[in-house]
Design a binder for this molecule. Sequence first.
Ligand code: PHE
Length: 447
Amino acid sequence: MKQRENFGSKLGIIMATAGSALGLGNIYRFPCEAGANGGGAFLIVYLIVALLMGTTLMVAEFIIGRRSHSNPIGAFRVLEGKKNGWMSIGWLGVVCAFLVLAFYTTVAGWTLGYLGKSVANHFEGQDLGQIQGQFVSFTNHPWLPIVCQLIFLALTAVVVARGIKDGIEKWSKILMPMLLVIMVVLCVKSLTLNGAADGLRFFFTPDFSKINGKVLISALGQSFFSLSIGMGALITYGSYIGSKDNMLSSSTSVVFADTLVAVLAGVIIFPAAFTFGVQPEAGASLAFTTLPMVFQQMTGGYFFCLIFFLLLVIATLTSTISLLEVIVATTTEELHISRPKAAILGSLTTAVIGVLATLSFREGSPLHLNGQTVFDMLDHITALYLMPIGGLMIVLFVGWRMKKADTLDELTNGGTLRAGIRKVVYYLIRYVAPVAIVVIFISQLVK
Ligand code: PHE
């Protein structure tokens, strides 16, 4: 077998996986979903699902990746052979990565645009109406958001073309911790705003009567999206994990960090929203209007705003890298084309659908289907259907199709790690995770 690259160290795996997990899912999508689904009610369901199921699914994907040393499609061929249908899980994952990357780069482009705005000091002295106006005029601009999106895709392709160690690992190690620090600073500021108490009440007080099937599936979809699970990104990263690394402890660290950043984002955004009079249900514009308002109130706001959007761009980049890596690992290994070629081809194809998603945001755009923009449609299809279905098939595969001895062998690194808690994880993979996904899936169908 061809020698594949591995991550350089344990910290490298955690940082690269955290790099994939941390991104717009935490800072843009999580507050959006929490705001639309009743705040505290969403948060409590999210915490349970992310902490319990997130770790379980992450480990399950790592097991498939490391055992097969292959991309999501190749993995099932290595473990199962070509004949039965398991390879379709891999196909589903690659298609999902492609669709996510398409609409994800729309918002990724906005972060780049907002980095430009913060350099040019566009937010100083602006009131809420003007800042909201800036969001509308930026997303409606005839070419700017598209150019930003394409630049973002090109950046992603450059990093992915250079391979694993040089690219992904080096970046993630330095910059992810910096993002955490700046978010803590922002949190402290948000907590001093007038509306802090109202914002915190909205975000932290669960109104249990609001928990319904829609909240459950939204929380499930958000946790999969935010943790990059259910679509092969972590099978791919798992394939670069060395035989001595402790996958359970790495997964737990990543899930913890990812959840922490999402909660921090909520603690920054909701107090600000209640202070400045932005609806928590504002959707796409929520983060892009509240955050500039917070910076405006801060001493050194210009500087903080600049650093924040710079780090957000990078956090987003480490996520787009992991998405493109799924496509590139698959095409290089399955179609035997070179990494740079695969990166160019993958990003060009993504660009076609991605641009449609960006255009669909414009007011009066005809790119609507059933009253939904192409952007929302891609978001819903992937987060509410493809990722949960992919996740379900992955846990069924690891829990029921793989031999128990093989799964435990991966979990314990051939018996060198203690089995105790790892046996619990095995049962979570085998019973709890599939049942939970199915129940949540069905709950949204029953009104
Ligand atoms: N988890 C990333 C985020 O939260 C998005 C992502 C989804 C990345 C799926 C890879 C795979 O921003």
